[in-house]
Every structure is written in structure tokens, then in C-alpha cells.
Ligand binder design. Sequence first.
Ligand code: GLU
Length: 553
Amino acid sequence: MSDFKDLAELLFPNITKSPDYYEELYPQRDLPEGARVSRFSPSPTGYLHFGGLYAATAAKQNCVVTGGKFYLRIEDTDKKREIDGGIDAIVDGLDAFGITRDEGVIDQDNEIGEYGPYIQSKRAEIYQTFAKSLTEQGLAYPCFCSEEDLEQMRAKQENEDIKGYWGKYAKCRDLSFDEIKANIEAGKTWTLRLKSPGSADGKIKFEDLIKGKIEMAENVIDIVLLKANGIPTYHFAHAVDDHLMRTTHVIRGDEWIASVPLHLQLFKVLGFKPMKYAHFAPILKEDNGGKRKLSKRKDPEAAVSYYVEQGFPKESVSEYIFTILNSNFEDWRRANKDADLASFPFNLKKMSVSGALFDMVKLLDVSKNVISTMKAEKVFALSYEWAKAYHPQLASLYEKDTERATAILNIDRENKKPRKDIAKWSDIPDYISYMYDETFTPCYELNGNATPQLAADVLEKYIDTVNLDDDKDTWFARIKDLCEPLGCTANVKEFKQNPEAFRGHVGDVSTIIRVALTGRTNTPDLYSITALLGEETVKARLNAALKHYKEEI
Ligand code: GLU
């Protein structure tokens, strides 16, 4: 109808391109069969949420395992919700956890890839071109309703099943060309609405890759496509962008599932091939015996910056995210101990339908494992970086002697059964506190069969025999040799068979020395600790402990 053509010209006089122009500009991607294209497309409204990192990891891995492309798009069409530095917060959060992108936004001013711009506010002309084309075909129309008009409409709809701008409530749907022209000439503002082809009893079916087959009522609402400022709504931008960026899989939060009928309708009227959808449930957390959403307001661990501040290595956070992304991940990990995460055969269908559970204890556990497999040099380098930003005292202890610090971190590492004491870099100051006089706090509490009297007797002798040049066997032989003359036994079995006959066994003797040197009953390898403390400190601590026990007796 020529009226529609005139209408399109009236509404969009400055738009000279056609959808075909963009279809050619952004050709189908030349990728191998089965390769998937997904995106992470947050709005720059605040810090990056743990759920965002989870979503980005899922979308990225979906592409990685199929040899596809993963990109970052910024959805900044709602300027009211945007915050300053919002894009940097997202980019920095992704970078900190190793979510690299094949394409898309690098920072506020830079992007890579052939399918951009990847920031929606830079795509106004593209949206308007498609909006103009819909108008030309009679599939979209301008609406002049004011906020008050819409309020009145809502008031009248209280008892309607379907609420919104539709059917007899869609006041501007059938305005004539002349009426529209008069409104525009009178300077009235307008939004562009979809002329929904849906019917109230129509149904649509689709297969969600996480939630399975879904049937929903067809969309009948004439939703806003372009706001009065010419900027699109999420819905219209989603359809245009994901089509032109040649996305194959949309992986997003399930708050969008109710909009799928609308989105499929938009694809239809725009003549686009629909893509696959995967809607994931929000991440949950146990609280007071129940489960609730991980909350930006209540939970510090909801912000990814928390993991940076606490000093969780990115490897740990990624490993943990994979454990909650796919239920079979941990089995895979057991069978592929050293494999790179990128080779995990991630499957959207194995994502939790009801919502993955965030569990801090599990994260700490996963992280201890990850850190236990790192070389001391890496632990030193990463924790030193962290300390410089978050723990100046640790940084300056390290700086006194970086080789010694690395050697401390190497105790009980790089062997078949490395200790798992460190879950995050912020555990290190306490973990190594007794290795530095500046942070050592003596504590002379004993356990087992060790008494202050036995401690005094052991230390008195040990002070004379300890020799820091000993190798490990000699060192331990000396401790064993202390036992018999003091009424203890070097043989724990013997002690167990006849406990009455001894004051204690070699374990108790070692504990006494350990407590004197470290203030703790449980530490990594005492031989290495002794060697790294150095003669002067060892002697001083043994003497101080001896003095303490003598006074205590
Ligand atoms: N910008 C949308 C949001 O932040 C993205 C949804 C999507 O991935 O399509 O919720």
C-alpha cells in the first residue's frame, strides 16, 4: 500500500539504506558445520555479577567446544539505568577471570570484529532501517499515546486476561495517514509499535535447550519497537542484533522466557530465521534452610570484584563455575586431571533447570585443589600481585627475601599429595605468619600426651642437639633419639600397646618442638620449616618456649 510507503518516509526521512544493505554488510559467517555463535550481552548498569560470569562462561564454552565465535555486546539502550564506567566494570570483570572474546567490545572506545558496532547506542541507524522497512510493509505504526493515555488504558484493563496495548486498546493502530501526518505536524512525539499479527487463542511451541519443550500463548501485544528518542527496546534490538551478528544460540536468564513468543514473532515479521534459545535459572544460595537467589544486595560474593579482593585465582573461580555449569563436570575432571577447561565438552542440555546452587564451602575446596597443583613460583607471583593491591604487609614480608618466600610456599608442594591449606591469597598471611618474626605469635598449648613438664624436658635436650645442617633423615633420627632417655618411645605402635609404660611417643616429642617453633600443633613439614627459620630464630624460639614451660610447671 502506497500509504505505508509515505508513512515510512514521513517517519524516517533520514533513513536511506535498506535491510538488504545490512544483510550484505554482515554476511553469514564462514564457519565449520555445527559451529555456534553466542554472545554475552549485559547492560552497563553496575558491577559484573557472579551470575553474569556464569552466563558468559556458558556462552563462551558453547562456542569453544564447537569451534564457533563468542562475542561481547553492550546493551545500553536504557540510558536511565546506565552508570558511569559501566562498560569498564564488565570488561575488567571478564578479563580478570579469563573470559576472552573473539569479537566485540574491548573497552568504551574500542572493539574488534566484522559485525559491529557492538554497542547498541551506536546502532541507531541500523534499527531505524529495519523499523522503516516494517512500517513500509504495514507491520509497524506510530503511537501518539501519552503516559496518561496508557494509565487510563491500564485502569480499564483490570479485569482483562491479557493486559497491554492490543486489540481494541491499541488506539493508534488504525490511525489514517492524514491523522498521523497532522499529529506529526503538530509536533506530537511518537513511539513506533509492532502491529502484532498474533491472535488471542494462538499458541506457539518451541524447544528451549535447557528447559525443553515449551508451549506458550502467542504474542498479541503491539509492543514498542522504537522509543520516542528513536532508540529501540530490548526486544527489537535483540532481534535485529542477534540476526545481523549471526548469533546461533541465545543463552540468557530465564526472566526473558516470557518474551520468547514476542521474539519469535519479531523474527517472523522481520523475515529472520529464528535462533536457538537456552534460558538458565538464576543462581541460588542456601539461606535459613531454604533457597533464594544470590542477591546483589545481600551477598558480597555476588559481585565478581569480591573474588579479586579475596584473592581467588581466576583458575579456581573458572573451575568452580564449571562444576556448577554442568553436572558431569566433576566426573570429567577426575578422568582428565590436567586437561584445560577449554576441552570440557560443555553441553547446554546439562545445565540445571531449577537453578545452580552457589556453595562457598565447595568453592573454597575447589580452589584449595587448584592452588595445590600450582608451582611455588606461580603461587608466589600471583599472591604477590594480590598482596601489592590488598595486603601491603604481606607484600613487604615477601620483599625482604623473595626466594625465601617462594621456598616457604614450596613446603609440601610439588609432590604426589600436596597439602591443601590455601584457598585464596588472603589465607596466606595467616598460613605463613610463624615464618616471620614480625608476625609470629607464640602459643604454647599442647595436645596428646605432651605436658609442660615433658615439653621442658624435651626442649632442654633438643636445644643442644638441633643442627640446621642435618638432612631430613638425620634431623628425624635426632628427634627419635630424644625419646628413650626421656621415658618416651620412638615407636608409636609400642606406645599404643602399652601406654602406661611411657610418658609419650615420638609424635608428642615432635609436637612439642612444632609448637615451640610455630605456635601450632598442625603445620606443613617441620623439617623444612626449621631449615627456613634459620638457626638464630630456631634457637630463640626453643629457648623462649623452654622458659615458658619451666615457669608453668
Ligand atoms: N541486556 C540483557 C540483560 O542484561 C541481556 C539479555 C540477553 O542476553 O539477551 O538482561
